[in-house]
Design a binder for this molecule. Structure first.
Ligand code: GDP
Length: 440
Protein backbone atom coordinates (compact mmCIF):
# COMPACT_ATOMS: atom_id res chain seq x y z
CA UNK A 1 0.00 0.00 0.00
CA UNK A 2 1.06 3.55 -0.54
CA UNK A 3 1.80 5.35 2.67
CA UNK A 4 -1.21 7.54 2.12
CA UNK A 5 -3.56 4.55 2.12
CA UNK A 6 -1.96 3.05 5.19
CA UNK A 7 -2.43 6.37 6.92
CA UNK A 8 -6.06 6.55 5.95
CA UNK A 9 -6.58 3.16 7.54
CA UNK A 10 -4.91 4.11 10.79
CA UNK A 11 -6.53 7.48 11.02
CA UNK A 12 -9.87 6.62 9.53
CA UNK A 13 -11.53 6.73 12.90
CA UNK A 14 -9.86 9.81 14.24
CA UNK A 15 -11.75 12.48 12.40
CA UNK A 16 -13.21 15.07 14.69
CA UNK A 17 -10.89 14.26 17.55
CA UNK A 18 -9.52 17.34 19.29
CA UNK A 19 -5.80 16.87 19.05
CA UNK A 20 -3.34 14.42 17.59
CA UNK A 21 -2.23 12.37 20.59
CA UNK A 22 1.25 11.03 20.92
CA UNK A 23 -0.16 7.57 20.40
CA UNK A 24 -1.81 8.54 17.11
CA UNK A 25 1.36 10.13 15.90
CA UNK A 26 3.50 7.18 16.93
CA UNK A 27 1.20 4.87 15.04
CA UNK A 28 1.60 6.97 11.94
CA UNK A 29 5.31 7.28 12.39
CA UNK A 30 5.70 3.53 12.47
CA UNK A 31 4.30 3.48 8.95
CA UNK A 32 6.43 6.41 7.90
CA UNK A 33 9.50 4.65 9.20
CA UNK A 34 8.65 1.50 7.33
CA UNK A 35 7.94 3.35 4.09
CA UNK A 36 11.17 5.32 4.31
CA UNK A 37 13.28 2.26 5.01
CA UNK A 38 11.62 0.50 2.10
CA UNK A 39 12.58 3.49 -0.03
CA UNK A 40 16.21 2.90 0.98
CA UNK A 41 16.52 5.85 3.26
CA UNK A 42 19.34 5.45 5.74
CA UNK A 43 18.07 4.54 9.22
CA UNK A 44 19.84 7.51 10.85
CA UNK A 45 18.09 9.86 8.47
CA UNK A 46 14.82 8.10 9.16
CA UNK A 47 15.30 8.55 12.87
CA UNK A 48 16.07 12.27 12.62
CA UNK A 49 13.12 12.79 10.36
CA UNK A 50 10.63 10.91 12.48
CA UNK A 51 11.82 12.72 15.59
CA UNK A 52 11.18 16.05 13.93
CA UNK A 53 7.83 14.95 12.59
CA UNK A 54 6.78 13.67 16.01
CA UNK A 55 7.64 16.98 17.56
CA UNK A 56 5.67 18.92 14.98
CA UNK A 57 2.65 16.66 14.84
CA UNK A 58 2.04 15.76 18.47
CA UNK A 59 -0.51 17.96 20.12
CA UNK A 60 -1.46 19.69 16.90
CA UNK A 61 -5.09 20.56 16.68
CA UNK A 62 -6.88 18.14 14.42
CA UNK A 63 -8.21 20.30 11.64
CA UNK A 64 -11.93 19.77 11.40
CA UNK A 65 -12.03 19.70 7.68
CA UNK A 66 -9.24 17.34 6.73
CA UNK A 67 -8.35 13.90 7.94
CA UNK A 68 -5.60 13.47 10.52
CA UNK A 69 -3.94 11.18 7.99
CA UNK A 70 -3.64 14.03 5.53
CA UNK A 71 -2.49 16.30 8.28
CA UNK A 72 0.38 14.05 9.32
CA UNK A 73 1.18 13.22 5.73
CA UNK A 74 1.48 16.90 4.96
CA UNK A 75 3.98 17.30 7.78
CA UNK A 76 5.94 14.26 6.65
CA UNK A 77 5.98 15.56 3.10
CA UNK A 78 7.14 19.02 4.15
CA UNK A 79 9.95 17.59 6.20
CA UNK A 80 11.09 15.34 3.38
CA UNK A 81 11.13 18.23 0.96
CA UNK A 82 12.99 20.39 3.48
CA UNK A 83 15.76 17.82 3.77
CA UNK A 84 16.17 17.66 0.01
CA UNK A 85 15.90 21.41 -0.48
CA UNK A 86 12.63 22.91 -1.57
CA UNK A 87 14.12 25.22 -4.19
CA UNK A 88 15.81 23.91 -7.32
CA UNK A 89 19.55 24.50 -7.13
CA UNK A 90 20.92 25.43 -10.54
CA UNK A 91 24.50 24.79 -11.54
CA UNK A 92 26.55 27.90 -10.97
CA UNK A 93 28.81 29.64 -13.44
CA UNK A 94 32.12 31.15 -12.45
CA UNK A 95 32.26 34.94 -12.80
CA UNK A 96 35.68 34.51 -14.39
CA UNK A 97 35.72 32.01 -17.26
CA UNK A 98 36.36 29.23 -17.76
CA UNK A 99 33.89 27.57 -15.42
CA UNK A 100 35.16 24.16 -14.35
CA UNK A 101 32.95 21.28 -13.18
CA UNK A 102 34.68 18.34 -11.56
CA UNK A 103 32.62 15.19 -12.01
CA UNK A 104 33.22 12.46 -9.45
CA UNK A 105 31.60 9.16 -8.59
CA UNK A 106 31.95 5.42 -8.48
CA UNK A 107 32.36 3.38 -11.62
CA UNK A 108 29.07 2.68 -13.31
CA UNK A 109 27.27 5.50 -11.53
CA UNK A 110 26.65 7.25 -14.83
CA UNK A 111 29.44 9.79 -14.51
CA UNK A 112 30.54 9.83 -18.14
CA UNK A 113 26.98 9.90 -19.41
CA UNK A 114 26.05 12.72 -17.03
CA UNK A 115 29.12 14.74 -18.01
CA UNK A 116 28.00 14.75 -21.62
CA UNK A 117 24.37 15.33 -20.66
CA UNK A 118 25.30 18.47 -18.72
CA UNK A 119 27.59 19.72 -21.48
CA UNK A 120 24.88 19.18 -24.03
CA UNK A 121 22.31 20.94 -21.87
CA UNK A 122 24.52 24.02 -21.51
CA UNK A 123 25.50 24.07 -25.17
CA UNK A 124 22.96 26.78 -25.89
CA UNK A 125 24.44 29.29 -23.46
CA UNK A 126 28.09 28.17 -23.29
CA UNK A 127 30.86 26.55 -25.23
CA UNK A 128 31.52 23.39 -23.25
CA UNK A 129 34.57 21.15 -23.41
CA UNK A 130 34.42 17.65 -21.94
CA UNK A 131 37.74 16.31 -20.72
CA UNK A 132 38.73 12.68 -20.22
CA UNK A 133 40.60 12.50 -16.93
CA UNK A 134 39.77 8.85 -16.39
CA UNK A 135 42.99 7.18 -17.42
CA UNK A 136 42.33 4.03 -15.40
CA UNK A 137 40.37 2.30 -18.08
CA UNK A 138 41.49 2.77 -21.68
CA UNK A 139 37.91 2.37 -22.84
CA UNK A 140 36.76 5.30 -20.69
CA UNK A 141 38.51 7.92 -22.83
CA UNK A 142 37.04 6.47 -25.98
CA UNK A 143 33.57 6.28 -24.44
CA UNK A 144 33.64 9.98 -23.59
CA UNK A 145 34.96 10.91 -27.02
CA UNK A 146 32.20 8.99 -28.80
CA UNK A 147 29.44 10.37 -26.57
CA UNK A 148 30.77 13.92 -26.96
CA UNK A 149 30.80 13.59 -30.71
CA UNK A 150 27.24 12.31 -30.68
CA UNK A 151 26.15 15.25 -28.54
CA UNK A 152 28.09 17.73 -30.63
CA UNK A 153 30.30 19.01 -27.81
CA UNK A 154 34.07 19.53 -27.91
CA UNK A 155 36.31 16.83 -26.44
CA UNK A 156 39.81 16.87 -24.98
CA UNK A 157 41.75 13.76 -23.96
CA UNK A 158 45.22 12.71 -22.84
CA UNK A 159 48.02 13.71 -25.21
CA UNK A 160 50.62 11.19 -26.35
CA UNK A 161 52.47 9.72 -23.40
CA UNK A 162 50.35 11.37 -20.73
CA UNK A 163 49.44 9.08 -17.86
CA UNK A 164 48.64 11.59 -15.11
CA UNK A 165 45.10 12.94 -15.13
CA UNK A 166 46.34 16.14 -13.49
CA UNK A 167 48.38 16.87 -16.62
CA UNK A 168 45.31 16.30 -18.76
CA UNK A 169 43.21 18.62 -16.58
CA UNK A 170 45.87 21.34 -16.81
CA UNK A 171 46.20 20.80 -20.55
CA UNK A 172 42.48 21.25 -20.96
CA UNK A 173 42.70 24.80 -19.59
CA UNK A 174 45.09 25.81 -22.34
CA UNK A 175 43.06 23.93 -24.93
CA UNK A 176 39.87 25.64 -23.78
CA UNK A 177 41.51 29.04 -24.03
CA UNK A 178 42.77 28.33 -27.55
CA UNK A 179 39.38 27.04 -28.66
CA UNK A 180 37.29 29.66 -26.82
CA UNK A 181 35.57 27.09 -24.61
CA UNK A 182 34.23 28.69 -21.43
CA UNK A 183 32.96 25.60 -19.62
CA UNK A 184 35.19 22.65 -18.78
CA UNK A 185 33.74 19.38 -17.53
CA UNK A 186 36.30 16.98 -16.10
CA UNK A 187 35.22 13.34 -16.28
CA UNK A 188 37.33 11.58 -13.67
CA UNK A 189 38.10 7.97 -12.85
CA UNK A 190 35.77 5.89 -10.72
CA UNK A 191 36.37 2.69 -8.82
CA UNK A 192 34.04 -0.02 -7.74
CA UNK A 193 34.63 1.10 -4.18
CA UNK A 194 35.96 4.18 -2.52
CA UNK A 195 39.71 3.96 -2.18
CA UNK A 196 42.50 6.21 -1.00
CA UNK A 197 44.37 6.37 -4.30
CA UNK A 198 41.27 7.46 -6.16
CA UNK A 199 40.52 10.19 -3.62
CA UNK A 200 44.08 11.48 -3.73
CA UNK A 201 43.92 11.67 -7.50
CA UNK A 202 40.72 13.68 -7.34
CA UNK A 203 42.15 16.02 -4.72
CA UNK A 204 45.19 16.64 -6.92
CA UNK A 205 42.99 17.44 -9.90
CA UNK A 206 40.90 19.76 -7.78
CA UNK A 207 43.98 21.61 -6.57
CA UNK A 208 45.46 21.93 -10.07
CA UNK A 209 42.28 23.16 -11.70
CA UNK A 210 40.01 24.73 -9.07
CA UNK A 211 36.45 23.83 -9.98
CA UNK A 212 33.35 25.97 -9.66
CA UNK A 213 31.30 22.86 -8.92
CA UNK A 214 32.29 19.46 -7.58
CA UNK A 215 29.46 17.21 -8.64
CA UNK A 216 29.06 13.72 -7.27
CA UNK A 217 27.26 11.35 -9.59
CA UNK A 218 25.26 8.76 -7.68
CA UNK A 219 23.21 5.86 -8.95
CA UNK A 220 19.78 6.11 -7.31
CA UNK A 221 19.70 2.32 -7.09
CA UNK A 222 22.66 2.41 -4.71
CA UNK A 223 20.25 2.86 -1.82
CA UNK A 224 21.71 3.17 1.64
CA UNK A 225 25.27 2.75 0.36
CA UNK A 226 24.88 6.17 -1.21
CA UNK A 227 25.31 7.85 2.17
CA UNK A 228 28.71 6.31 2.82
CA UNK A 229 29.83 7.14 -0.70
CA UNK A 230 28.61 10.72 -0.50
CA UNK A 231 30.14 11.28 2.93
CA UNK A 232 33.57 10.06 1.83
CA UNK A 233 33.60 12.17 -1.31
CA UNK A 234 32.28 15.16 0.58
CA UNK A 235 34.94 14.90 3.29
CA UNK A 236 37.76 14.91 0.72
CA UNK A 237 36.41 17.13 -2.03
CA UNK A 238 33.69 19.36 -0.62
CA UNK A 239 30.78 18.56 -2.86
CA UNK A 240 28.73 21.43 -4.24
CA UNK A 241 26.05 19.23 -5.70
CA UNK A 242 24.87 15.79 -6.64
CA UNK A 243 23.61 14.29 -9.87
CA UNK A 244 21.26 11.43 -9.09
CA UNK A 245 21.09 9.01 -12.01
CA UNK A 246 18.82 6.18 -13.12
CA UNK A 247 15.74 7.71 -11.60
CA UNK A 248 13.90 6.29 -14.59
CA UNK A 249 14.23 2.90 -12.93
CA UNK A 250 12.21 1.70 -9.98
CA UNK A 251 14.52 2.97 -7.27
CA UNK A 252 12.30 4.79 -4.82
CA UNK A 253 14.97 7.42 -4.50
CA UNK A 254 15.70 7.34 -0.81
CA UNK A 255 19.26 8.16 -1.80
CA UNK A 256 18.26 11.74 -2.54
CA UNK A 257 17.06 12.15 1.02
CA UNK A 258 19.97 10.36 2.54
CA UNK A 259 22.59 12.38 0.69
CA UNK A 260 20.92 15.66 1.45
CA UNK A 261 20.76 14.81 5.12
CA UNK A 262 24.29 13.43 5.33
CA UNK A 263 26.23 16.06 3.41
CA UNK A 264 23.96 19.04 2.95
CA UNK A 265 25.00 18.96 -0.71
CA UNK A 266 21.87 19.49 -2.78
CA UNK A 267 20.81 17.13 -5.51
CA UNK A 268 20.88 19.43 -8.50
CA UNK A 269 20.12 17.20 -11.42
CA UNK A 270 18.33 13.95 -12.09
CA UNK A 271 19.31 11.41 -14.75
CA UNK A 272 16.15 10.01 -16.27
CA UNK A 273 17.48 7.63 -18.92
CA UNK A 274 20.39 6.61 -21.09
CA UNK A 275 19.87 9.20 -23.79
CA UNK A 276 21.77 12.48 -23.73
CA UNK A 277 18.64 14.58 -23.33
CA UNK A 278 17.43 12.50 -20.35
CA UNK A 279 18.52 14.95 -17.71
CA UNK A 280 16.19 17.02 -15.56
CA UNK A 281 16.48 19.64 -12.89
CA UNK A 282 15.94 17.81 -9.62
CA UNK A 283 12.51 18.45 -8.14
CA UNK A 284 12.33 17.78 -4.38
CA UNK A 285 8.55 17.83 -4.31
CA UNK A 286 8.22 15.21 -6.96
CA UNK A 287 10.83 13.16 -5.18
CA UNK A 288 8.97 13.51 -1.90
CA UNK A 289 5.84 12.17 -3.52
CA UNK A 290 7.77 9.30 -5.01
CA UNK A 291 9.34 8.37 -1.69
CA UNK A 292 6.01 8.46 0.06
CA UNK A 293 4.41 6.55 -2.77
CA UNK A 294 1.84 9.27 -3.13
CA UNK A 295 1.96 9.32 -6.88
CA UNK A 296 0.27 12.66 -6.99
CA UNK A 297 -0.68 15.51 -4.74
CA UNK A 298 -4.31 14.60 -4.63
CA UNK A 299 -4.29 14.47 -0.85
CA UNK A 300 -2.99 17.97 -0.59
CA UNK A 301 -5.34 19.35 -3.15
CA UNK A 302 -8.16 17.69 -1.28
CA UNK A 303 -7.01 19.42 1.84
CA UNK A 304 -7.57 22.77 0.26
CA UNK A 305 -10.85 21.76 -1.23
CA UNK A 306 -12.23 20.34 1.95
CA UNK A 307 -11.66 23.38 4.10
CA UNK A 308 -13.80 25.31 1.74
CA UNK A 309 -17.54 24.94 1.86
CA UNK A 310 -19.21 23.79 -1.30
CA UNK A 311 -21.42 26.84 -1.35
CA UNK A 312 -18.48 29.22 -1.28
CA UNK A 313 -16.77 27.26 -3.99
CA UNK A 314 -19.78 27.54 -6.21
CA UNK A 315 -20.05 31.25 -5.66
CA UNK A 316 -16.43 31.86 -6.45
CA UNK A 317 -16.49 29.58 -9.44
CA UNK A 318 -19.47 31.53 -10.67
CA UNK A 319 -17.64 34.87 -10.33
CA UNK A 320 -14.68 33.35 -12.06
CA UNK A 321 -16.74 32.16 -14.97
CA UNK A 322 -18.34 35.54 -15.36
CA UNK A 323 -14.95 37.09 -15.04
CA UNK A 324 -16.32 39.11 -12.18
CA UNK A 325 -14.17 38.90 -9.12
CA UNK A 326 -15.50 41.44 -6.64
CA UNK A 327 -14.27 42.81 -3.35
CA UNK A 328 -16.86 40.58 -1.70
CA UNK A 329 -15.18 37.57 -3.23
CA UNK A 330 -11.85 38.81 -2.00
CA UNK A 331 -13.24 39.18 1.51
CA UNK A 332 -14.59 35.65 1.38
CA UNK A 333 -11.18 34.38 0.33
CA UNK A 334 -9.39 36.22 3.07
CA UNK A 335 -11.77 34.89 5.69
CA UNK A 336 -11.14 31.37 4.50
CA UNK A 337 -7.42 31.90 4.48
CA UNK A 338 -7.70 32.79 8.16
CA UNK A 339 -9.60 29.59 8.86
CA UNK A 340 -7.04 27.43 7.16
CA UNK A 341 -3.93 28.20 9.13
CA UNK A 342 -0.59 28.03 7.38
CA UNK A 343 -1.95 28.35 3.90
CA UNK A 344 1.29 29.48 2.32
CA UNK A 345 2.68 26.04 3.03
CA UNK A 346 -0.20 24.31 1.32
CA UNK A 347 -0.19 26.63 -1.64
CA UNK A 348 3.48 26.04 -2.26
CA UNK A 349 2.80 22.37 -2.77
CA UNK A 350 0.04 22.70 -5.26
CA UNK A 351 0.89 22.03 -8.87
CA UNK A 352 -0.98 25.13 -9.89
CA UNK A 353 0.99 27.78 -11.69
CA UNK A 354 0.91 31.00 -9.76
CA UNK A 355 -0.45 29.50 -6.56
CA UNK A 356 2.55 30.37 -4.44
CA UNK A 357 2.68 33.79 -6.05
CA UNK A 358 -0.90 34.27 -5.05
CA UNK A 359 0.00 33.35 -1.50
CA UNK A 360 2.57 36.12 -1.50
CA UNK A 361 0.23 38.56 -3.19
CA UNK A 362 -2.53 37.82 -0.73
CA UNK A 363 -0.41 39.07 2.17
CA UNK A 364 -1.31 36.58 4.84
CA UNK A 365 -0.27 38.49 7.92
CA UNK A 366 -3.29 38.06 10.26
CA UNK A 367 -3.23 41.70 11.33
CA UNK A 368 -3.26 42.86 7.74
CA UNK A 369 -6.11 40.52 6.96
CA UNK A 370 -8.11 42.03 9.85
CA UNK A 371 -7.53 45.53 8.49
CA UNK A 372 -8.45 44.45 4.99
CA UNK A 373 -11.59 42.90 6.34
CA UNK A 374 -12.50 46.08 8.23
CA UNK A 375 -11.91 48.15 5.12
CA UNK A 376 -14.07 46.01 2.88
CA UNK A 377 -16.81 45.86 5.51
CA UNK A 378 -16.82 49.65 5.66
CA UNK A 379 -17.77 49.83 2.02
CA UNK A 380 -21.33 49.94 0.77
CA UNK A 381 -22.53 46.82 -1.08
CA UNK A 382 -22.45 48.80 -4.29
CA UNK A 383 -18.85 49.80 -3.71
CA UNK A 384 -17.88 46.20 -3.07
CA UNK A 385 -19.39 45.09 -6.33
CA UNK A 386 -18.19 48.02 -8.40
CA UNK A 387 -14.90 49.10 -6.85
CA UNK A 388 -14.20 51.47 -9.73
CA UNK A 389 -16.59 54.00 -8.17
CA UNK A 390 -14.41 54.27 -5.05
CA UNK A 391 -12.77 57.65 -5.59
CA UNK A 392 -11.18 60.19 -3.21
CA UNK A 393 -14.13 61.09 -0.98
CA UNK A 394 -15.29 57.50 -0.68
CA UNK A 395 -11.77 56.39 0.16
CA UNK A 396 -11.59 58.91 2.99
CA UNK A 397 -14.98 57.81 4.35
CA UNK A 398 -13.96 54.12 4.20
CA UNK A 399 -10.66 54.85 5.95
CA UNK A 400 -12.49 56.71 8.70
CA UNK A 401 -15.14 54.04 9.04
CA UNK A 402 -12.64 51.21 9.31
CA UNK A 403 -10.25 53.06 11.57
CA UNK A 404 -7.45 52.78 9.02
CA UNK A 405 -5.90 55.26 6.57
CA UNK A 406 -6.52 56.27 2.99
CA UNK A 407 -3.18 54.77 2.18
CA UNK A 408 -4.32 51.39 3.49
CA UNK A 409 -7.56 51.63 1.56
CA UNK A 410 -5.49 52.27 -1.55
CA UNK A 411 -3.41 49.22 -0.78
CA UNK A 412 -6.47 47.01 -0.45
CA UNK A 413 -7.82 48.27 -3.76
CA UNK A 414 -4.47 47.65 -5.35
CA UNK A 415 -4.32 44.16 -3.93
CA UNK A 416 -7.81 43.58 -5.23
CA UNK A 417 -6.75 44.60 -8.74
CA UNK A 418 -3.84 42.18 -8.59
CA UNK A 419 -5.97 39.30 -7.41
CA UNK A 420 -8.55 40.08 -10.04
CA UNK A 421 -5.92 39.84 -12.74
CA UNK A 422 -4.72 36.53 -11.38
CA UNK A 423 -8.26 35.20 -11.26
CA UNK A 424 -8.75 36.26 -14.84
CA UNK A 425 -5.65 34.36 -15.82
CA UNK A 426 -6.90 31.26 -14.02
CA UNK A 427 -10.34 31.65 -15.50
CA UNK A 428 -8.91 31.69 -18.99
CA UNK A 429 -6.93 28.55 -18.26
CA UNK A 430 -10.26 26.92 -17.58
CA UNK A 431 -8.74 24.27 -15.35
CA UNK A 432 -11.36 21.72 -14.66
CA UNK A 433 -11.79 21.03 -11.00
CA UNK A 434 -9.39 23.76 -10.06
CA UNK A 435 -10.27 25.47 -6.84
CA UNK A 436 -9.03 28.85 -5.95
CA UNK A 437 -6.66 28.72 -3.02
CA UNK A 438 -8.36 29.92 0.09
CA UNK A 439 -11.50 30.33 -1.83
CA UNK A 440 -11.91 26.83 -3.04
P1 GDP B 1 30.51 5.81 -15.32
O1 GDP B 1 31.27 4.53 -15.19
O2 GDP B 1 30.18 6.36 -13.99
O3 GDP B 1 31.12 6.79 -16.21
O4 GDP B 1 29.08 5.40 -15.91
P2 GDP B 1 28.52 5.52 -17.38
O5 GDP B 1 28.26 6.92 -17.74
O6 GDP B 1 29.37 4.73 -18.29
O7 GDP B 1 27.12 4.80 -17.17
C1 GDP B 1 26.98 3.46 -16.79
C2 GDP B 1 25.71 2.89 -17.41
O8 GDP B 1 24.58 3.54 -16.85
C3 GDP B 1 25.63 3.12 -18.87
O9 GDP B 1 25.07 1.97 -19.48
C4 GDP B 1 24.66 4.30 -19.02
O10 GDP B 1 23.95 4.27 -20.24
C5 GDP B 1 23.75 4.06 -17.86
N1 GDP B 1 23.12 5.29 -17.36
C6 GDP B 1 23.70 6.45 -17.00
N2 GDP B 1 22.79 7.35 -16.56
C7 GDP B 1 21.58 6.73 -16.64
C8 GDP B 1 20.24 7.11 -16.31
O11 GDP B 1 19.93 8.23 -15.83
N3 GDP B 1 19.26 6.18 -16.54
C9 GDP B 1 19.56 4.94 -17.06
N4 GDP B 1 18.54 4.10 -17.24
N5 GDP B 1 20.80 4.55 -17.35
C10 GDP B 1 21.81 5.42 -17.15
Amino acid sequence: DALKDRFEKIFGTLRGKGRLSEEDVNLALREVRRALLEADVHYKVVKDLTDRIRERATGQDVLASITPAQQVLTIVFEELVAVMGSEPKPLTISPKPPTVYLMAGLQGSGKTTSTVKIASRLKGSHKPLVVACDLQRPAAVEQLRVLAEKAGVAFYGPQAGQTDPVQVARGSLKYAEDHLADLILLDTAGRLQIDEALMEELVRIKEAVPPQEVLLVVDAMTGQEAVTVAESFHAKLGLTGVVLTKLDGDARGGAALAIGAATGAPVKLAGMGEKIEDLEVFDARRMGQRILGMGDVVGLVERVQQVTSQQDVERLTESLKKNRFTLEDMLLQLQQIQKMGPLEKVLEMLPIPGASKMAQGADLDPKRIKHTEAIILSMTPRERRSPEIIKGARRRRIALGSGTSVQMVNQVLHQYEQMKDLMKAFGKGGRKGFRMPGGG
